[in-house]
Design a protein around this ligand. Structure first.
Ligand SMILES: Nc1ncnc2c1ncn2[C@@H]1O[C@H](COP(=O)(O)OP(=O)(O)O)[C@@H](O)[C@H]1O
Ligand SMILES: [Mg+2]
Length: 277
């Protein structure tokens, strides 16, 4: 049995840290999510996929209460924000980390200042301690210490993603939400970022909700996958579950041309197609 399989089996027995029930979200007459259900388990990396414009970012923003929903309920880490009091809401906020799809960092602030933003918002710490913590996060995401005083414009795309991840980790969250964290990175940079995420899951016991278009990420680091289609989660489970699921989009996505170059669990890697010059 593969590591991913074992983790997924264990996940079934583990605690649900995010529970989305019958959630409907729309803009005017455009219903984007219709009575959607989803569970995320403690300690897993859940890969969330779906065609462009199907509502992946909308769901993430709804879970984070940045968008209103029309119906349904959402429980995060045992707390239902709707029924929680102010203190419980604050406590919950500090246990979540977020890396948004666009606008990863504030351009007028250094990396260190970006990482310290959530600390300033939620914690009351002396500057020296916040500096120490910022350097710790910088090291944790594999950046050199001298990145601390750089501005985003002085960083490569990969370094910006890492710095944004460091900010998402600023408050030592239990659950992090990443919206297409490897988009715009070259394949090597993306693979390194994936490895980093897997290491954080293993060392910090982090739960990761990762929206991604990256098949390599899905194949290499995700413990489970959920597919958004038809305004709902069409299927959630392991890669094997995806291959077995009888739906045209899911089949073409996981078995299509782009997927062919990736080693799949049920068969050896396909030969690369002949190059056409
Ligand atoms: N703030 C908004 N106002 C109106 N429509 C929106 C808003 N945000 C997203 N949408 C619509 O919701 C749908 C899903 O968008 P999104 O979640 O960004 O897709 P993706 O799956 O690519 O992340 C799209 O049709 C988009 O136009
Ligand atoms: Mg999106």
């Amino acid at each position: 049995m593969t590591d991913a399989n074992e983790r997924s089996m264990a996940a079934k027995k583990r605690q649900v840290v995010l529970s989305v029930r019958d959630v409907t979200v729309g803009f005017g007459s455009n219903i984007v999510l219709d009575q959607l259900n989803l569970d995320v388990y403690r300690g897993e990396i859940l890969g969330f996929v779906g065609a462009s414009g199907t509502g992946k970012s909308v769901l993430m923003r709804t879970v984070l209460r940045l968008l209103p929903r029309r119906s349904g309920s959402i429980e995060i880490l045992g707390t239902d924000y709707d029924t929680a009091d102010e203190e419980q809401r604050m406590a919950l906020d500090t246990r979540l980390g977020v890396l948004f799809q666009h606008g990863a960092l504030f351009s007028s602030l250094t990396v260190k200042e970006n990482i310290q933003l959530p600390m300033r918002e939620y914690l009351d710490l002396p500057q020296s301690l916040m500096d120490e913590l910022a350097y710790l996060k910088i090291e944790m995401v594999g950046l050199a210490p001298d990145a601390a005083d750089k501005y985003p414009s002085e960083l490569s795309g990969g370094m910006i993603k890492r710095a944004a991840l460091a900010r998402a980790l600023a408050l030592d969250p239990d659950l992090v939400f990443l919206d297409e964290p490897t988009s715009g990175l070259d394949p090597i940079g993306a693979a390194e970022f994936d490895l980093l995420i897997a290491r954080l899951r293993d060392t910090l016991g982090l739960t990761v909700y990762m929206v991604t278009h990256d098949l390599d990420s899905l194949f290499s680091v995700c413990d489970r996958i959920a597919v958004l289609g038809g305004k709902r989660v069409l299927v959630e489970g392991t890669l094997e579950d995806m291959f077995a699921f009888d739906d045209p989009w899911v089949q073409s996505y996981f078995r299509g041309k782009r997927a062919r170059s990736v080693v799949r669990p049920d068969q050896p890697a396909a030969q690369p197609e002949e190059e056409v010059n």
